[in-house]
Design a protein around this ligand. Structure first.
Ligand code: C5P
Length: 413
């Protein structure tokens, strides 16, 4: 495969030498396209020696070969590592002011960005906005690793390990076997995993119900990743559309339910036989006290008062039944309140529910429900302490990979 490896000007460029090595060892042709700034960190001779190909940075290098077009055209995969904040901004803006930017404008193959920068630069709204736009246009943006940065500080922004970059990047090329989970392909082998997905509906009468906006995409994406990691998976699908379930049909056991009480029953039955239980479904806290036998009729000009009764808290019940022997993970979609941030509400919820970990996502202004992209923080509970394990944002598929890898590590070995 013809791989173009763009290198932007960040100190992590030195680690990318090993990426060239790994790709070459797998038999790929690698053309390195560094920016001017990248050459201040690692010089052209190093890239040329490792790749066995010439290096050009400027659109005016070797003009007769029309390189600014040809390099991008002939690529089967473009990887940009490290992708600096500046490079991401230029790519988003569609600039063509050096060889790498021009190559990105021309490439029609999969493009993988591997960001590496200081935490503040990574978390800056401009960078996050650029990443979201590039993803929306179809680019794959890897999550940076968290840990020690160039200075004494640490946080998200580290370049992921070269082997992980190679696995992730190659898995984005259709037709190649997915190696993205090569390191974890057996992490859940023979593990029984139960996942609730979707949103419960509470009937009012034969035609109406009280429900919520959950699509089930997140739960199904988690199930897909768990299957890829070797697990036996049962998904309890609360009102999940057929097309959403398609990717796991035939691979996972799917148990359809409608109401919270039905979900409760199935969670207890399947929870019993599972080692990892993930409650991703949005569950109705209340249901109508009575379900009308016939369609309810409008009466005069008066308003209407519904009488509701509380549903069981399934997650709490599962923790009470199985919390000592099984790894139970909850979800929390929070908007925050006048007094509390959404993050602190999620942390309090983890302690209240007593599960082992909780995946928090912010749903301010209706974001996340039904979307293909999401952003989460995984919190872990240790007694009365709550620790942040990992943050991830991207497609629900990408986020699920990070979440499953993180919670798989919580299983007793
Ligand atoms: O309390 P809240 O609905 O915010 O908690 C969310 C978590 O609790 C999710 O994991 C959800 O599946 C679970 N839950 C439950 N039973 C309920 C309400 C929520 O299991 N009645």
């Amino acid at each position: 495969m013809n791989i173009v490896l763009g290198v932007a000007g960040g100190i992590a460029a030195y680690k990318v030498c090993h990426v060239v090595r790994l790709l070459k060892e797998q038999g790929h042709s690698v053309r390195v396209v560094p920016t001017e700034a990248a050459l201040k960190f690692v010089g052209a001779p190093t890239w040329e020696a490792l790749s066995g190909q010439p290096v050009a940075t400027d659109v005016f290098d070797h003009v007769e070969e029309v390189q600014h077009v040809n390099v991008g055209h002939s690529a089967d995969l473009v990887i940009v590592a490290p992708a600096t904040a500046d490079l991401l901004a230029r790519a988003r803006a569609g600039m063509g002011n050096d060889m790498l930017a021009a190559t990105l404008l021309v490439a029609t193959c999969p493009v993988v960005y591997v960001p590496a920068m200081h935490t503040q630069m990574w978390q800056h709204p401009a960078t996050q906005d650029n990443v979201a736009t590039l993803r929306a246009r179809g680019a794959h943006v890897m999550e940076p690793a968290s840990g020690r940065l160039t200075g004494t500080d640490s946080g998200p922004g580290r370049l992921p390990e070269p082997a992980d970059i190679v696995e992730y990047a190659l898995s984005q090329v259709e037709g190649l076997p997915s190696t993205a989970l090569a390191g974890t392909a057996t992490a859940l082998a023979d593990t029984q995993v139960f996942i609730s997905a979707g949103g419960t509906r509470e009937p009012l009468d034969p035609v109406r119900y009280l429900g919520n906006r959950s699509s089930g995409k997140q739960g199904v994406a988690l199930a897909q990743v768990a299957l890829d990691m070797g697990a036996n998976v049962t998904v309890c699908a609360a009102n999940v559309a057929n097309d959403v379930l398609e990717p796991i049909r035939g691979r996972a056991t799917i148990v359809p339910v409608e109401t919270t009480e039905e979900l409760h029953e199935q969670c207890v039955a399947h929870g019993e036989e599972s080692e990892l239980i993930i409650m991703a479904a949005a569950v109705a806290d209340y249901r109508p006290a009575e379900i009308a036998e016939h369609k309810m009729k409008k009466s005069g000009d008066e308003g209407m008062t519904l009488s509701l009764v509380q549903n069981p808290d399934i997650l709490k019940d599962l923790v009470a039944r199985f919390g000592d022997t099984k790894t139970i993970v909850g979800f929390a979609a929070e908007t925050g309140s006048d007094e509390s941030t959404p993050e602190s509400l999620a942390q309090q919820k983890l302690l209240r529910k007593g599960c082992r970990a909780l995946v928090f996502n912010s749903v301010a202004q209706g974001a996340v429900f039904g979307d293909d992209a999401t952003s989460v923080i995984v919190y872990e509970r240790d007694g009365d302490d709550v620790r942040e394990r990992v943050r991830a944002s991207g497609t629900k598929q990408e986020v699920s990979r990070v979440v499953m890898e993180s919670v798989a590590q919580l299983l007793p070995s």
